[in-house]
Design a protein around this ligand. Sequence first.
Ligand code: T5A
Length: 226
Amino acid sequence: MTVARGRLVVFEGPEGAGKTTQLRHLCDWLFARQLPFTGVREPGGTALGNEIRRMLLEPGRVINARAEALLFMASRAQLIAEVVKPALERGELVLADRFFLSTYAYQVVGRGLPFDDVRAANRLATAGLVPDLTILLTLPAAVRDARVVARGGADRIESAGHWFHELVERAFKDCAAPAWQAAHPECGPIAAVNASGTEQEVLERVLTVMTGAIPDLFPVRNAAHA
Ligand code: T5A
């Protein structure tokens, strides 16, 4: 069974919001129903992207903010050319763990890089590809912090200062507003999903939002949940 046409659905939010966990559950859910999908993460997802990921996240490495932004873009360009575009052309649902909204939150708002320049670089990297939907997982900062601490091990970006992460947090909050989305068509539609509660409760919310936003996405969902 195939979806009507390929779709790109992105999961976003600050560290510890539960993106990777929800994507894992969603992939299991799709696999059990024999729905074709491709899961990717940023940075990474290709041989080149994985090397870039290692450089970007390695604790202690000094990377200039502009170089950092361009490294994320290089990883994205390779991922789109090598994995995302072919999967969309096959009619698959592509699920991405982060995309341009992260660049906006971390590099534009967090690092203070000029938005127009970063957006232009993103357009070059993505060849204009815009997500069909972004699921923005929201969770009180204290709960997220506790999850990240419990998980242990901080990478280079997680180790950036408190003020940096405050800015990132605020950027993600702002982009859930309809006025922000209207002014940023390059990000596509964004739906905030409450990420508190059990993993299964959050998955149910995610599935409900995805089905509501893209009705033909899961042809078997209603039957499966009957
Ligand atoms: N970045 C990325 C940029 O700066 N610019 C960009 O353009 C891009 C694309 C990537 C880093 O790169 C930055 C952002 C990041 O700093 P990463 O490790 O791939 O690094 O990214 P993160 O997305 O930050 O990974 P995290 O693991 O920190 O966050 P998740 O995926 O949101 O959280 P998850 O699912 O791993 O869960 C965290 C913990 O909480 C538990 C999990 O078991 C785990 O231990 N958990 C729950 N516990 C209780 N109840 C629930 N419902 C739970 N859900 C999850």
